[in-house]
Design a protein around this ligand. Structure first.
Ligand code: CMC
Length: 431
């Protein structure tokens, strides 16, 4: 059978060129247009990269029309129900689920990388007491780069794996210290007798004078949130990590670049923005007015936690988080009025033509903040929690890129719409 191609015809010059169509394991086929400039002297323009594939990847698959999310082929629903964050991190990085011996080795290796250099602790006190935790996280993760720079060979797969273990091992430590510093509490060292999530909770919440009691319901809820945020294909922060990494930059610095991108409220910052919005709504009777505002094109307000570039159906992570939120509040016997407001808001929006026509559904961030709140994690720490989880995906994607035979620096082109060439006029002669 003849291989599928797409022919592009330039109706001005009459030139045409044929481009191969490639199929992956799933998803829309792609037109490989790498030779477009050579053949037709043109670039492509796709602001926001709505239809542009930036890489080949075997890590995560999204089907936005049907609300499907697979990591290395495994449905997110199964991972959420049966796996742990640490196992999912292994899966993202190694491509397969570990056997028992591999899991023990992985767990041990992550623990062995849980400490940070003592000098790093001084970075925290350089920030204003009320600095946004994402600003601090950007700084401290970037600073880790300085402890692992000259001796690191990013072209050695073994060193890349050690880097992944370091990042996954250190993130709970780095994130928890932000909260400890801002709360005026002493830093807590990792405790290697504890599991990954338990350990994080002890570093966040333990009291120097009391034994730390673990609440297994809270641990499971947090583990679930970490699983659901671990990776999500070529989103803005992951693409940033890849682009930074393509310049052969230090991987900790690349993760810091990802953190910066995640911070924005169109991306990971939405989890914090959702709670601000629900608090502003305050009582159910105000919900319709906020829905009206979200529809008003003259008002920049959008329903936070709603809509997604890829999902034109329910975000499968939102379905899982919504149920988990319900269960958690029940199990912890918590009365969370914001949850009631969120559910009513969701229902009203899903029945509204504006949201139906645009296929806007709740995304992963709509209910996640309510779980973080139930776990006593303050609002400003929500996006750092997302970063902690997404570090696994970022580093898995970085490793995949570094080992790709097509690896080269990322360098998009543009459509220049600026001034035509003109001559410099000295300052004194300008009118
Ligand atoms: N509220 C009201 N209208 C919306 C919303 C919303 N949350 N999201 C999209 N729309 C409208 C938008 O105004 C546009 O309308 P029109 O066609 O009349 O101009 C239409 O829906 C398509 O939106 P878009 O801006 O072209 O979509 P996008 O793919 O560029 O943006 C998004 C995706 C997630 C940035 C956007 O939906 C949004 O701002 N949502 C709120 C913020 C949010 O929840 N972000 C978290 C995303 S998921 C987790 C993550 O990535 O970290």
């Amino acid at each position: 059978m003849r291989k599928r191609t797409v022919t592009i015809i330039d109706n001005q010059s009459g030139k045409s060129a044929e481009f191969p169509v490639r199929r992956g394991s799933y998803g829309a086929p792609v037109i490989e247009i790498g030779d477009l400039y050579k053949e037709l002297g043109m670039f492509t323009l796709d602001p926001g990269y709505g239809v542009t594939g930036s890489c080949r990847s075997a890590i995560t698959y999204l089907d936005g029309e049907h609300g499907v999310l697979l990591h290395r082929g495994y449905p997110i629903e199964q991972l959420a129900e049966k796996s742990t964050f640490l196992e999912v991190a292994y899966l993202l990085i190694h491509g397969e689920l570990p056997n028992q011996a591999e899991m023990l080795t992985w767990d041990h290796a992550i623990k062995m990388h849980g400490m940070t250099h003592e000098h790093l602790n001084r970075f925290y006190s350089g920030y204003r007491y009320d600095a946004h935790p994402m600003s601090v996280l950007t700084g401290v993760v970037g600073a880790v780069a300085s402890f692992y720079h000259d001796e690191m060979d990013i072209y050695d797969p073994q060193e890349r794996l050690i880097t992944a273990r370091r990042i996954i091992g250190k993130m709970p430590n780095l994130v928890s210290k932000i909260y400890r510093y801002q709360s005026g509490l002493p830093f807590v060292y990792p405790d290697n007798s504890r599991d990954y999530v338990e350990n994080f909770m002890s570093m966040m919440f333990s009291w120097p004078t009391e034994p730390f009691e673990i609440n297994p319901v809270a641990v499971r809820a947090l583990d679930l949130l970490l699983i659901l945020h671990a990776d999500h294909e070529q989103n803005a922060s992951t693409s940033t990590v890849r682009l930074a990494g393509s310049a052969e930059s230090n991987p900790f610095a690349c993760v810091a670049a990802g953190i910066v991108t995640l911070w924005g409220k169109s991306h990971g910052g939405a989890n914090e923005a959702v709670i601000h919005m629900l608090e502003e709504i305050g009582v159910p009777k105000n919900i319709p007015a906020f829905v009206e505002r979200a529809k008003d094109k003259n008002d920049p307000f959008r329903l936070m936690g709603f809509g997604h570039r890829v999902y034109k159906n329910y975000d499968p992570r939102a379905t899982i988080i919504r149920a988990a939120c319900h269960n958690l509040l029940d199990e912890m016997n918590l009365n969370q009025p914001l949850f009631e407001i969120a559910m009513e808001l969701e229902q009203l929006a899903l029945e509204d033509d504006y949201f139906i026509e645009r296929k806007l559904y709740p995304n992963v961030d709509f209910y996640s903040g309510l779980i973080y709140q139930a776990l006593n994690i303050p609002k400003q720490m929500f996006t750092p929690m997302f970063a902690l989880a997404r570090s696994a995906g970022w580093i898995a994607q970085w490793m995949e890129m570094m080992g790709d035979e097509d690896f080269r620096i990322g360098r998009p082109r543009q459509l220049y719409v600026g001034a035509e060439k003109r001559d410099y006029v000295p300052l004194a002669e300008r009118g």
